[in-house]
Write a protein that binds this ligand. Structure first.
Ligand SMILES: [Zn+2]
Length: 359
């Protein structure tokens, strides 16, 4: 996903809905002047001493802070051997991994935020091994847009789903290497006695995602899904399909894994993180479902209140009422359990509302 674009879009919609809804609420809601019991991030200050200072708004939980690895001050990277020959890499926001085998190295994703540091990191841990494979989790440039750092390696196989290879060929992103090996169905390959299983799936990207599984290492990559210790990023990892995202949890829990690399935050996930994220997503899903039981009655009532003059305004106001009630409940139930629920709960509620309107 393109983080900046999502932030820009979010700022636009929050601003627009605040202006539009102010008019509706001030006309129809006697409680409008009452202070909010929660804050969804619309009113946060980064100035120390301000009453809405960010550290009082959505602090990272102590459990989350305790799990965060220390990035090396010199390299700006954290590199950890989590299973023999299997290394996990992060700069604190994005994640990658590499597997050192007897016959060479396999790299998984190349985020542009730190890909330029990967060759040195790999050389340090596998000084006499060549890099043989680069495997893409999906086609988004924020996870593979640094691949060109490996562009001068002879005989490097760049592995991607056929649809991703096609998207890459069209986009012509300068940092992304073209695929040299593609698959359109479950596919596996081996190097130096180690096996990599690739299963096409659909939970995030517009085209296709791949679940990457290393059975011997009990390691699974499913990128842009959960964020361990935190609620997911905006709109459930900016998924292109909320329904498919909801189905992701049962799919991934069928794998036997000790670690899950989900692409974001510095923390590597566990099975327990997936279960907590599933419970959170289900809670949002059910809360929105309950809140929308009388959605069209509420829409009609609001539409009548404003004299049937502006259906878009009535629609937006009804969505906003469900969203606010959902966010309030979710923040109440999940504060202290997952970090930054205050930051993203409203976006999760809204994503499910829009999905449920259309499905
Ligand atoms: Zn993505």
């Amino acid at each position: 996903m393109k983080t900046f674009e999502f932030f820009a879009s979010a700022v636009f919609w929050v601003g627009l809905s605040a202006v539009v809804l102010q008019a509706v609420y001030s006309k129809s809601n006697a409680d409008e002047a009452a202070p909010l019991q929660f804050n969804t991030g619309d009113d946060v200050s980064f100035s120390s001493g301000a009453p809405n200072y960010f550290e009082a708004f959505a602090p990272e939980l102590p459990e989350m802070l305790a799990r965060m690895p220390q990035v090396d001050a010199e390299t700006g990277l954290y590199v950890s051997e989590i299973k023999p020959g299997l290394f996990y890499v992060t700069e604190g926001v994005y994640q990658s991994a590499f597997l050192v085998t007897d016959d060479g190295v396999i790299v998984f994703d190349a985020p542009p935020s730190f890909a330029h540091k990967l060759p040195d990191a790999i050389r340090q841990h596998a000084p006499d091994k060549s890099i043989r494979y680069l495997v893409y989790s999906h086609g988004h440039s924020d996870h593979i847009g640094g691949a060109s750092v490996f562009g001068d390696i002879d005989a490097l196989e760049v592995v991607a789903h056929g649809d991703v290879a096609h998207s890459i060929a069209i986009a012509k992103h300068p940092g992304i290497l073209a695929a040299t090996e593609t698959y359109n169905a479950p596919h596996s390959f081996s190097l130096g006695g180690e096996t990599v299983e690739l299963t096409p799936a659909s939970f995030h990207a517009e085209d296709v995602d791949t679940i990457i599984y290393l059975p011997k290492q009990k390691f699974v990559l499913a990128v842009d899904t959960i964020t361990p210790g935190e609620v997911p990023f905006m709109n459930f990892g900016a998924t292109s399909d909320v329904g498919a995202y909801m189905a992701f949890f049962d799919m991934i829990l069928e794998y036997e894994f000790d670690h899950i690399l989900s692409g974001h935050v510095s923390v590597l996930g566990t099975r327990e993180d997936v279960i907590i994220a599933r419970d959170y997503a289900n809670d949002v899903w059910q809360t929105v479902g309950a809140g929308m039981a009388d959605f069209f009655d509420r829409f009609n009532s609001t539409f009548a209140d404003i004299g049937h003059k502006n259906a878009n305004l009535a629609y937006r106001a009804t969505i906003e009422a469900v969203r606010r009630d959902c966010a309030r409940q979710i923040i109440d139930r999940w504060t202290g359990k997952l970090s930054v629920v205050e930051v993203w709960a409203d976006s999760h509620c809204e994503a499910v509302i829009l999905y449920k309107i259309m499905h």
